[in-house]
Design a protein around this ligand. Structure first.
Ligand code: ADE
Length: 419
């Protein structure tokens, strides 16, 4: 078996971590049990480019249980948990190509290793597999049944490809499923981003002014949790509806130009490029902490920051680089501008990834069942998959809900009844 991990000797630790996460992933476990019997992926090559974490390990175990011949590479050089990668190879016989801190060349070598097995189903967190296949292996496009996309940034890239007529096989926006973004993006990002900032800096958030850039589900989750820690939260937005929503949720809303002056901790969660730029850094207070929780390390203009810095001291603390500006003020950049929740902490907790990865697993099965019938477009996850996952998750939380009576069903489907 081909693989590339840091140290296979870490497998024991990794296995413990995977099993610990599995305790909090009951929905995925239920799917794994069924897949073991039904083998929906029997004999199929599959590749996944995802954050190599304990939660992802439980997803790939599930796909393998379903008969898939699977390879896994990292979707970010700083999110790989080397012990988990080792355990997947040694304990679960799943080929992994991922090393924490790998450089760009190794990152792409690993990605290529996950394409050279000629997968018919792929899975991305950020669309790197899909875009590399389109750019370098276009001849493979016809044989791909479909590809699942896990994150907002990836879906934005895929929709841009579809709009330009460049997309060559069906893709499914798993990110857009309610069972993914309402929970993972909001509660997962909310908690894990706070966790990453605290692990990196150990600062007290109570009483601090925290600036959240972006008020999509991730920004909403982060702002909500930062407020819960006692911070004064300011939101920056470009979308008027979201800005209004943030204002009516009780947050301060202002342009980054102003927020830069008052903020003490900044976090970008937008999916866009250069949200915090030179002119903003120049307005920041001494000791400002700047982090990103969006998928790519482009949200903070690090080149711009480097240009205006007279001195850069790397690693003043794990995951913290200090930039000293000509005005004497210091800016602390976390995790090299990569997603702070995965680079400085462990990403979203297993309980929320349970829903995201249950959505991935069932959507993969749907793609295989419908192969040949799917068009070259960006699909939504079928509603019955979301419904099933939500019901099972509720059941695992011992929460019951009501069922519509016949009278209520009739009322909801009729239009004659008035005042
Ligand atoms: N994305 C965010 N958190 C994650 C986690 N724990 N595992 C995989 N992908 C993630």
């Amino acid at each position: 078996m081909k693989y590339d991990v840091k140290d296979p000797g870490l497998a024991g630790e990794g296995k413990k971590r995977i099993e610990w996460a599995d305790n909090d992933m009951p929905v995925l476990k239920r799917i794994r049990t069924r897949f073991e019997e039904e083998k929906p992926f029997s004999g199929l090559n599959m590749s996944a480019c995802l954050h190599v974490t304990a939660e992802t390990a439980n997803l790939v175990r599930t796909l393998k249980a379903g008969g898939g011949d699977l390879r896994l590479c990292a979707s970010n050089p700083l999110s790989t948990q080397d012990d988990v990668a080792a355990a997947l190879v040694n304990e679960y016989e799943i080929p992994v190509f991922a090393i924490h801190g790998e450089d760009r060349d190794v990152y792409y070598r690993h990605l290529h290793a996950c394409i050279e097995n000629k997968p018919v189903v792929t899975m991305d967190d950020g669309a790197d597999l899909v875009s590399t296949i389109h750019a370098e292996y276009p001849e493979m496009a016809d044989s791909i049944f479909g590809s699942m996309e896990e994150t907002t940034t990836g879906v934005i890239r895929l929709r841009a490809m579809a709009k330009d007529g460049a997309l060559k096989f069906p893709v499914i926006a798993v990110n857009d499923a309610a069972t993914k973004n309402l929970f993972d993006n909001r509660y997962g990002t909310g908690q894990s981003t706070i966790d990453g900032i605290i692990r990196a800096t150990d600062v007290l958030l109570a009483g601090k002014t925290i600036v959240a850039s972006g008020y999509g589900w991730c920004g909403k989750g982060f702002a909500m949790r930062a407020r819960g820690m006692g911070a004064k939260v300011v939101v920056t937005e470009v979308d008027p509806i979201r800005a209004l929503e943030a204002a009516m949720d009780g947050f301060g809303v202002m342009p980054m130009e102003e927020a830069a002056k008052t903020g003490e901790v900044f976090c970008t969660l937008t999916g866009d490029i250069h949200v915090i730029r030179k002119e903003h850094f120049l307005n920041m207070q001494d000791g400002a902490i700047v982090a990103n929780s969006g998928h790519f390390n482009v949200e903070i203009d690090i080149d711009g920051l480097t240009e205006i810095a007279t001195k850069v001291i790397k690693n003043v603390r794990n995951s913290v680089d200090e930039y000293i500006l000509a005005n004497g003020r210091r800016i602390f950049l976390l995790a090299e501008g990569r997603l702070v929740n995965l680079a400085a902490a462990e990403g979203h907790p297993a309980s929320v990834m349970d829903m995201s990865f249950a959505t991935q697993a069932l959507t993969s099965e749907w793609v295989v069942k419908n192969r040949g019938d799917l068009k070259t477009q960006v699909y939504r996850v079928p509603h019955d998959i979301e419904d099933w996952i939500a019901r099972l998750k509720l059941a695992t939380m011992n929460i019951g809900i009501d069922t519509l009576t016949d009278e209520q069903k009739k009322y909801l489907s009729s239009w004659e009844m008035g005042t």
